[in-house]
Design a protein around this ligand. Sequence first.
Ligand SMILES: C[S@@+](CC[C@H](N)C(=O)[O-])C[C@H]1O[C@@H](n2cnc3c(N)ncnc32)[C@H](O)[C@@H]1O
Length: 250
Amino acid sequence: MKKRSSAWVVNHGIWHLSLFGRVNLAPVPSNIQTALDIGCGTGSWVIDFAKAHPDCQVTGADLSSIQPPSPPPNVNFVVQDMTTAWTCPHRLSYIHSRTITVAIKTWPALVTECWRSLKPGGWVEFQEYHLPFTSNDDSLKHGPALQLWNESVIAAAGQIGTNMDAMSSMQPLLEEQGFTSLARIATKWPMAPWAKGEREKNFGLLAEMDVGDATEGFGLRLSSGGAKKRSGSPSGSDVVWAQKPHDVVD
Ligand SMILES: C[S@@+](CC[C@H](N)C(=O)[O-])C[C@H]1O[C@@H](n2cnc3c(N)ncnc32)[C@H](O)[C@@H]1O
């Protein structure tokens, strides 16, 4: 449990660097009233978002009750399986997920649940990693072992019904559901501390720790069928967001 928690601290640090300290990229108004984080884990994103939006009531939902006992007053945590019909608050202004790709087998159902739970004008945002790794300088061809690991994890995930590159088909899914103002960005993650510049070095150090943990744990767990456990955050991520139109009649 301790190792898993510290892995989540690393994951949080990576996302913090990756998004230059921003907690959301969707253009959520500063005065929103209600937000939800799907699969909130230790609640670190929830708490950061709640601090940045003190007038917003932020709910973090997870299968596990592993969040701090005394969160900020505008935070509440609920234990819920988010792949079943949600009982947590509806008429939300903003719904967010981060690093839950390995846990979701039916993204269409999740997108429908987001649509149902958002009020018109509300935003949804997925901050997720993907496999296979990609590189902008072709350097992956020098790492055939990494490539093999990629392929093995993708295959093992596929066997239990998980798509490790789910975000690549997220935009059509959102569009089909009725969402508009869609956007997607890919962020680049240096994978080792020899990257140039202080930010990149710190980033690379965290990414190296994360991928080290992932290669040891994530691959093994997936290949032994235990995909409910923690995932790693390999080289790069996709952030996809979209808006439920204001003029929708619910
Ligand atoms: C890798 S952690 C990410 C935690 C958090 N989103 C973050 O970025 O720090 C994935 C989380 O998803 C949760 N999870 C997995 N399946 C879930 C489900 N069906 N419903 C709710 N939470 C789930 C796990 O319990 C775990 O806390």
